[in-house]
Design a protein around this ligand. Structure first.
Ligand code: MG
Length: 383
């Protein structure tokens, strides 16, 4: 039996590529949800004929309803709608590719409903890692990573003993500003920051890749997904994005996963697991690359990276605070309110600014989220 999938965030980069994978392999699409892109969402609805369509931005509800007035589809909206879709009994797997913290409640709802999850929303695990992982353990559902690095690690774990893992090697492209000094980063423009050398992604993650916050978030994500200690995770800059990550075992054998830099490979592995079938992407030709390089990251220049790692070492609410502060700082940068270099300045100040506190429930996450955003908004308006 082919699996049925619900896609949260269907109009984004991961969402649209997920639908390509569903189409290629004939997977059923039960539901689609997007933030606010009515036009693309309506097109997807006509093509994939889901039972449910969700729109997060409630102001777009009427527009969507009239765009699909001739279709027999249930239309839901807001966070409530996203959560209704996340819990549908007729869905086998919920692919969550929502951007940001907004994805946390739908993830928790899907787990509670006993759905398997393909997770592309890394902020979910950064902000609520402890909560999410303990709920997953209680429900016994499967969590498939969609992030390319974490999919690589997941693939390298197959057929090996988890107890004999010694560390993971998380590769990083280094982003568009690898090799630049802190001073050189002062003059970076928005256009430069939005121009990633290897991956074509949404604007939030593209900025996170330029600040290396993305790798910091992935460090935290890896810690939760694979139950690692921070000193078991090594970050290596690999400019070509061909080695997507690797696992070292107790015998010092290192197993890596390689492929062209195309998200459809990890998306497909999550949706078809454990099957491997031809993916709608190109083959990897190692000789086309000729040379693969590996270097150390510059933790001092890229403050977001060191801040995220320090946050998970401290634990409690710090990862959530840092993530929310980053979301807000990136928003301010994209709105031309702050310079590129200020993202790291603002985010790193969170570690000194907030006293340690614990995350025991969803409300604790929301409280930390609100406090971090208020701090950033105040810091931005002072500049
Ligand atoms: Mg990644």
């Amino acid at each position: 039996m082919k699996k049925t999938v619900s896609v949260l965030g269907s109009t984004g980069s991961i969402g649209t590529q997920s639908l390509e994978v569903c189409e290629k392999h004939g997977l059923g699409v039960t539901a689609l949800a997007a933030h606010s892109s009515v036009k693309l969402l309506a097109e997807q609805a006509r093509k994939f004929r889901p039972e449910y369509i969700g729109i997060y931005n409630e102001e777009k509800y009427t527009e969507l309803k009239s765009a699909l007035s001739d279709m027999n589809v249930k239309i839901v909206c807001g966070m409530e709608g996203l959560c209704e879709i996340a819990a549908l009994p007729q869905t086998d797997i919920v692919l969550n590719s929502v951007v940001g913290m907004v994805g946390l409640l739908p993830t928790l709802t899907a787990i509670d409903a006993g759905k398997d999850i393909a997770l592309a929303n890394k902020e979910t695990l950064v902000a609520g890692g402890e909560l999410v992982m303990s709920e997953i353990a209680k429900k016994g559902i499967a969590l498939y990573p969609v992030d390319s690095e974490h999919s690589a690690i997941f693939q390298c774990l197959q057929g090996n003993k988890r107890s004999q893992l010694s560390k993971v090697i998380l590769t990083a492209s280094g982003g568009p500003f690898f090799g630049k000094t802190y001073d050189e980063l002062r003059s970076v423009t928005k256009e430069q920051a939005l121009n990633h050398p290897n991956w074509d992604m949404g604007s939030k993650i593209t900025i996170d890749s330029a600040t290396l916050m993305n790798k910091g978030l992935e460090f935290i994500e890896a810690k939760w997904l694979f139950d690692l200690t921070p000193d078991q995770i090594e970050i290596v800059v690999h400019r070509q994005s061909v080695v997507h990550s690797a696992v070292e075992y107790d015998d010092f054998s290192v197993i890596a996963q390689l492929g062209v830099p195309d998200m459809k490979i990890p998306i497909q592995y999550a949706l078809l697991y454990p099957d491997r079938k031809p993916c709608p992407t190109g083959r990897l030709s190692l000789t086309d690359y000729g040379k693969l390089t590996f270097e150390k990251p510059d933790f001092e220049t890229f403050r977001c990276l060191s801040t995220a790692i320090e946050a998970i070492k401290r634990g409690g609410a710090y990862p959530c605070l840092v993530n929310s502060a980053n979301e807000e700082a990136v928003r301010a940068f994209l709105n031309d309110e702050i310079r590129f270099i200020e993202i790291g300045e603002i985010v790193s100040a969170v570690l000194d600014r907030f006293e340690p506190s614990q995350i025991n429930c969803y409300d604790d996450v929301m409280k930390a989220d609100k406090a971090a955003r208020e701090y950033v908004r105040a810091a931005v308006s002072e500049r």
